[in-house]
Write a protein that binds this ligand. Structure first.
Ligand code: MIG
Length: 652
């Protein structure tokens, strides 16, 4: 059951797809203080809070403040409050569990026992919100109710479950050819190569750098013949340049975000001076979405949308002010105060919150200042693409995932978790993030395997490929200037090959469980406590349930040769050294120290369940379903219902 309560006069977000009447009574269980724009609710000592999608810290969100404000911040440190997303759904699991969806584009602070250890405080800027309360007996059912409210999750083509190789950047077509040849040579399966901003002509969306990627259409075809899909990036900012059609059409039709005086906002991002399409304006959204046709016509079948918080290096107006300010310091001695001010003038120039107050959107027939609807920007960029794909490719699925997100966007694309680092702590974080993303409808998601920023190491890369082996999005991506992460660059290539072979062997299960979760509005990754009610399960933050059959317990510490694993019931452990070399062992409920070598992968099969295992494959298309084996624990192979389809035909 879902009830809707309203405070103030919220701006429509289209996050939900069901029309639920607003209750007349006030929201139960919370005290509302209109003056300070806060809501409060006591948490018992035992209460656990789950959800909030892409955020930092644990599966249990207690003990920190999370701020819903889509932010381009590549330093994902423990003290940060915001990442790239605003996904305001959470479950408070106290005496009985209750789900809440806080539907508002406002920047909201969820202070979950941070200021006061026993109190959940929600702080608004405006207090305009639709609050949906989801009531059911279990957490699983609450999530299901919520997912009915927000509609079906995006379903990518099946090839998008294969291994993806990415790097900022592959600068030429030959570099891509070379890398694909290396994967072939080492017999490591691969389905996609990602093109970062340098495939474009000077960072102009929907253009190709012809010098380094000559005859692009032929190149796309050539790669596809090798079974590899090229997946180009699209950025939110459109380069200001006379003669560039996207820029000129946008200006002519008034599709860019405008300042108070009606002129177009000029900001700087990768292409230098750039303008932002007003994705909140329906017509502009349609216009921008149709641009993807250029690349679809070139044979492209998938995209990633970046910089759509939006990220701003600086705005032209702010830059001018900065120079004026600096001028004032000229010739003067800097004392302690003025020194830090001086330093901040330039240091705070990018993603400056004041810049979000300099431009406006045409939304629902009204002119709205950006900061009021900031969290809807990336969502609507991806909606623009998703709606266009339905028009331009009505039968065939197109891969799409975005950096910034808001609930509602899950119907149009998945997400990746942005610029993590090659840190062991971020490997662990990536495990903890998955269930919360799934709760919020973001099923097709994953992190940059191996870590984006900073130098990776051979052992971290291997452990990350193992820990993420069930992540729907399985992409190795890294930043410019960091150590190369292509798998053949490491010494023990054979170990990497074995792990990626296993990934492909699990794809029949991954796809089957992903599709069931997508079609039934369920979770694919779950915390143990969604299935088991013992105290230990409630506290387990480094193990997950994946689909109906298995539990994973990845190793996430450097130089560890094993780890403690908690089994909430008897399970069968399968230890893979490679696809053809594995053994099975029955373990009893309780704690076990499990040895896991760097080149090994362990999974735990739940009683009464089955894990299908496919044969060796070159890519997703090559998986021979007639050769599937079934690993079972206290079950028959036939107890498992394997979902499959052509992996291409559009479903939603
Ligand atoms: O400011 O396109 O998160 O994945 O490689 C950096 C370059 C812009 C940020 C993305 C990252 C991508 C990078 N982009």
């Amino acid at each position: 059951m879902i009830k809707r309560y309203r405070l103030g006069n919220p701006i429509k977000t289209y996050a939900t797809v069901m029309d639920i009447p607003v209750e007349k009574e006030t929201l139960p269980d919370w005290t509302i203080d209109k003056e300070s724009k806060t809501l409060k609710r006591t948490l018992s000592k035992e209460a656990i809070v789950y959800g909030l999608g892409e955020t930092l810290r644990g599966i249990n969100k207690r003990g920190w403040t999370y701020r819903s404000f889509c932010s381009d911040d590549s330093q994902h440190m423990e003290d940060k409050k915001s990442l790239y997303a605003a996904q305001n759904f959470f479950i408070i699991d106290d005496e009985k569990p209750v789900g809440y969806y806080w539907d508002t584009p406002e920047s909201v602070e969820f202070d979950i026992g941070c200021t006061d250890i026993d109190t959940f405080i929600i702080k608004h800027q405006e207090l305009d919100v639709d609050i949906y309360v989801c009531i059911a007996d279990t957490k699983k059912e609450i999530v299901k109710e919520f997912r009915k409210l927000i509609g079906l999750s995006f379903i990518p083509p099946k090839w998008a479950f294969g291994y993806g190789q990415s790097r900022w950047s592959y600068f030429t077509a030959d570099e891509v050819r070379d890398l694909v040849a290396k994967y072939e040579e080492h017999d490591i399966p691969i389905d996609s190569v990602y093109l970062d901003i340098d495939y474009m002509d000077r960072y102009k969306d929907f253009t190709i750098n012809e010098k380094d990627f000559p005859n692009f259409n032929d190149f796309v075809k050539e790669m596809k013949e090798k079974g590899v899909h090229l997946v180009p990036i699209i950025d939110a900012g459109v380069k200001v340049e006379e003669g560039y059609d996207v820029y000129e059409e946008g200006v002519k039709n008034g599709f860019f975000c405008k300042k108070e005086d009606g002129s177009n906002l000029v900001a700087a991002v990768w292409p230098g001076r750039a303008m932002f399409p007003d994705f909140l304006n329906e017509e502009a959204r349609k216009w921008f979405g149709d641009k993807y046709k250029i690349l679809l016509d070139a044979g492209i079948e998938g995209f990633w949308n970046d910089m759509n918080e939006p990220a701003i290096f600086y705005t032209e107006d702010h830059l001018k002010e900065v120079f004026e300010e600096i001028e004032k310091y000229k010739g003067k001695n800097l004392d302690i105060d003025s020194f830090f001010k001086f330093k901040g003038i330039v240091g705070d120039i990018d993603n400056n919150p004041e810049d979000f107050k300099r431009f406006f959107h045409e939304y629902e027939g009204k002119r709205i200042r950006h900061d009021k609807v900031h969290n809807l920007f990336g969502y609507n960029m991806t909606k623009s693409a998703g709606e266009a794909f339905k028009r331009l490719s009505p039968d065939k699925r197109i891969l799409m995932f975005s950096r910034s997100s808001f609930i509602g966007m899950h119907r149009y694309g998945g997400i990746w978790t942005g610029d993590n680092k090659s840190w062991w702590s971020h490997l662990l974080l990536s495990i903890k993030q998955m269930p919360a993303l799934n709760m919020c409808g973001f099923l097709y998601s994953g992190c940059d395997l191996g870590g984006f920023g900073a130098d990776t190491t051979e052992d971290l890369m291997l452990r990350w490929l193992e820990a993420g082996i069930f992540n729907p999005l399985y992409r190795n991506h890294s930043a410019m200037g960091t150590r190369r992460q292509e798998l053949y660059t490491f010494k023990r290539v054979e170990d990497f090959k074995n792990i990626v072979d296993l990934r492909y062997a699990f794809i029949p299960y991954i796809y089957s469980e992903f599709m069931k979760a997508a079609l039934n509005g369920e979770m694919y990754f779950m915390p143990l406590s969604f299935e088991y009610s013992d105290d230990r399960s409630k506290e387990t933050e480094d193990q997950l349930l994946v689909g109906e059959s298995i539990m994973i317990a990845p190793v996430y510490e450097q130089n560890a040769t094993g780890r403690f694993v908690y089994l909430p019931e008897d399970m069968k452990m399968v230890r893979f050294r490679s696809l053809d070399d594995y053994d099975e062992e029955e373990l009893t409920k309780g704690d076990h120290y499990v040895k896991v070598g760097l080149n090994e992968l362990v999974v735990f099969i739940r009683p009464g369940h089955v894990l299908p295992i496919g044969p060796k494959a070159k890519n997703v298309d090559d998986i021979d379903y007639s050769k599937i084996k079934y690993l079972t624990y206290k079950a028959e192979a036939s107890d498992y219902e394997l979902y499959n389809d052509d992996g291409l035909t559009r479903i939603q």
